[in-house]
Design a protein around this ligand. Structure first.
Ligand code: PLP
Length: 437
């Protein structure tokens, strides 16, 4: 019998990994407080009431703005809502283009589409997955209105070249910072550098309130518009002295008092949780560098800090002598839950392939809605397309409450797979022959 768990041996790790649960007594007490108050949400449109939410929402927004050193923090019910609202607040609509990283999560590009604009995908850096400013520049047209930088995996984009492009071409610079809360770029918090930055508090983020998002900005006008989009753009706005400002469509993107109460205490834990991840990641990266020539740990440029929402590794299949999928499957069988591949570039989604996202008229991709003739063909972002073939990542193991000994288990599982790689390849050849035969 083989040593390898994938071939019938016993797994290296046969106990459960510690759960990632950051909800403490403070969160529980404050949620109870909310329940006892009977105020579960408090966005009113009546005189004497508040258009900006209840006490917990306001407490969270103040704390968030103070923590990140911004003028305004506007809570929403998800980062998706905040991404959509940011595009609306900037007045972007049909006929416009928004430049987006194709390796991001669906919502960043959908933020353009739901506003009637067209996403244009620019290529990424070969070692960070973040936007390549040269490719961004090549994709700017007279219709471009914004760049959506996405700080993927926990590492900020290289913002200076993007700031320069936004200035030169008079574009909005938006930041999808769902994955990098607390990371720095040249001494500034990721998410606070562009015109609007968006954070996520969904259940798989480093800090969470179940669902939730925050948009931050230093611009008073954008802040007001974000609040209007969050709350229906309400016909009652004149009661708050906001009549005449409501010529934009609004939704219900409001956060509840319970979510805000949880998020407030979660924010207070963010720095410690990030410090913990960085310590583990530094340890793991050093071990990987020492042990495996076919793996490259996450790159951290000297301009930035990384908060390791995901711990991403580059995989050199030729050096490893093992197909990526077989490698990750074998590591997973050893009890180390690594993810196989970074998800495909967004433009492979059917909505882009068929140019059909809303209704049946081709809106917003075709004439008369837009003059854009954006390509979503294979090959438009060759570097982004390579990522899924040459990388894999670890989702939550490089986090509190794991310790260095847990990182060592990751290393040992990889060692075990590589020491028995010949057997894996034999088994693969055998099953291929059986399929053919
Ligand atoms: C980069 C990025 N953008 C946006 C989102 C959407 O966040 P939410 O689930 O809070 O809407 C996510 C969530 O996974 C994300 O990773």
């Amino acid at each position: 019998m083989s040593e390898l768990a994938l071939l019938g041996g016993s797994p290296l790790v046969n106990r459960k990994w510690p759960a990632y649960n950051t909800i403490g007594d403070e969160e529980k007490a404050e949620v109870l407080d909310v329940l006892e108050s009977g105020i579960l949400s408090a966005f009113h449109a009546s005189p004497g009431k508040t258009f900006g939410g209840g006490p917990k929402v306001m407490q969270l927004e103040k704390e968030w703005a103070d923590h990140f050193g911004v003028k305004h923090a506007i809570s929403m019910n998800s980062a998706t809502s905040a991404l959509y609202a940011a595009v609306t607040a900037c007045g972007i609509g049909p006929g416009d283009e928004v430049i987006v990283n194709p390796l991001t999560m669906t919502a960043t590009a959908s933020a353009a589409l739901v506003n009637g604009a067209v996403p244009v995908f620019a290529d990424v850096d070969p070692h960070t997955m973040n936007l390549d400013a040269k490719s961004v520049e090549e994709n700017i047209t007279p219709r471009t209105k914004a760049i959506y930088a996405v700080h993927l995996a926990g590492l900020p984009d290289d913002m200076d070249p993007l700031i320069a492009l936004a200035k030169k071409h008079n574009l909005w610079l938006l930041e999808d910072n769902a994955q990098a809360p607390g990371a720095f770029y040249k001494g500034r918090y990721a998410g606070t550098i562009g015109d609007i930055g968006v954070f996520s508090l969904n259940c798989h983020k480093v800090i969470q309130s179940g669902e939730g998002g925050i948009a931050v900005t230093n611009d008073d006008d954008l802040a007001l518009k974000l609040k209007l989009v969050r709350n229906h753009g309400e016909k009652l706005l004149h009661r708050f002295g906001l009549g005449g400002k409501d010529n934009l469509i609004g939704y219900n993107y409001r956060m509840t008092e319970m979510e805000a109460a949880v998020a407030y205490h979660q924010l207070r834990r963010l720095d410690k949780l990030n410090e913990w991840s960085v310590r583990l990641a530094d340890f793991l990266s050093a071990r990987i560098r020492r042990e495996f020539d076919f793996l490259t740990p996450p790159l951290v440029p000297s301009s930035s800090t990384h908060v390791y929402y995901f711990y991403q590794m580059e995989y050199d299949e030729d050096k490893a002598g093992l197909p990526l999928d077989l490698f990750t499957e074998a590591v997973r069988a050893e009890g180390v839950p690594v993810a196989s591949r970074w998800p495909m570039p967004l433009y492979r989604q059917t909505i882009y392939r068929d140019r059909s996202a809303i209704g049946t008229t081709g809106y917003p991709f075709s004439k008369p809605w837009t003059e854009s003739d954006v390509s979503y063909e294979e090959g438009i972002c060759p570097v982004a397309e390579q990522w899924e073939h040459r990388s894999f990542f670890i989702e939550t193991l490089v986090r509190w409450p794991n310790e260095e000994e847990h990182m060592e288990l990751i290393v040992q599982a990889i060692q075990k797979v590589m020491e028995n790689r010949g057997e894996l390849l034999d088994a693969q050849r055998k099953s291929a022959a059986e399929l053919v035969g």
